[in-house]
Design a binder for this molecule. Structure first.
Ligand SMILES: C[S@@+](CC[C@H](N)C(=O)[O-])C[C@H]1O[C@@H](n2cnc3c(N)ncnc32)[C@H](O)[C@@H]1O
Length: 277
């Protein structure tokens, strides 16, 4: 077995870029060979290949579908934290949930479309919990949380957070209110977990089986995709939003140039996009 991998050749890099874009939409820019090497080095050691070309060859084989999943997992950026873009959560609690509660119907359905390790969908559930505490007759809230990475989905469904993952964004009061201690870590309380169901979904694939939603959180993921794919995703999300439903993008992402099916709503330090009727 070799301990050192060979440098990535331009042809290998181009083939890998194409593979990644076709598999999950992620666009790798030029000159990111170091990123690919560092993210794939453990996998390459495990499967005993010493070049990116050899790894690519291996994952083309149908018998290596698990390895392909591991490679995609390794190439995703899962950065997240509690109450990221706090303005979105304030908007949800102060404007959107009251608005949806004026409409008739069963559960309010919310989709966290690139949920990473679960902070986003659990935060939505915490907000729903607080809203329901204020308004006993509020409609129940159901949250579907999806991601392409099986590794983060496992962490998300466990709902146990340790060290820095707890500290990033949670006050002590929130830690006490929404978590129970588990060894040296914190576990999301069952009443917060029970609103959330996790499953694997590649945003480049069909949303047919997802049903209809009142609110979609699609934050900090479109940045990795081509403009063409961004447009396609936003359009297909609009198709599965109920009339007047809301879409959230990351605070550094813009809907301009992607679609004119939404109107921008600004308030409480956040922006939401409301589906035009
Ligand atoms: C930077 S995180 C954003 C997490 C969270 N939405 C937030 O704003 O904090 C991006 C997530 O998108 C996921 N992702 C990347 N490509 C995807 C795809 N094609 N389908 C579904 N999820 C994808 C990654 O696995 C990662 O967990």
């Amino acid at each position: 077995m070799h301990n050192r991998s060979a440098a990535i050749t331009p042809a290998e890099y181009d083939s890998f870029k194409l593979f990644l874009q076709q598999a999950c939409g992620i666009l790798l820019g030029n000159g990111k060979e170091y990123l690919v090497s560092s993210r794939l080095s453990n996998i390459m050691k495990d499967v005993q290949v010493d070049s990116l070309g050899a790894l690519l060859k291996l994952i083309q084989s149908p018998a290596q579908s698990r390895l392909k999943v591991q490679v995609i997992d390794a190439m995703t950026t899962n950065e997240t934290f509690w109450f990221r873009d706090i303005g979105h959560y304030i908007l949800l609690k102060d404007t959107i949930l009251p608005d949806l509660n004026q409409q008739r119907g069963g559960s309010i359905r919310i989709w966290s479309a690139a949920c990473s390790s679960g902070q986003e969908p659990y935060n939505i559930s915490m907000i729903a919990d607080e809203y329901q505490g204020l308004k006993a007759s509020a409609r129940p809230v159901q949250i579907s949380a999806t991601d392409i990475s099986s590794k983060v989905l496992d962490e998300a469904s466990a709902g146990v957070y340790c060290g820095l993952a707890v500290e990033r964004g949670l006050t002590h009061e929130q830690q006490k209110k929404f978590f129970t201690p588990k060894e040296r870590c914190l576990e999301v309380k069952p009443e917060i977990k029970r609103r959330v169901s996790f499953r694997s979904l590649n945003l480049t694939s069909s949303y047919q089986a997802m049903g209809k939603f009142d609110v979609i959180f699609c934050r900090n993921v479109l940045i990795y995709f081509s403009n063409e794919l961004k447009k396609d995703i936003v359009d297909r999300m609009a198709n599965i939003l109920n009339p007047g439903g809301y879409l959230f993008l990351g605070s550094t992402e813009s809907i301009n140039q992607l679609t004119n099916r939404f109107e921008m709503k600004v308030g409480h330090g956040g922006i939401s996009y409301r589906l035009k009727s």
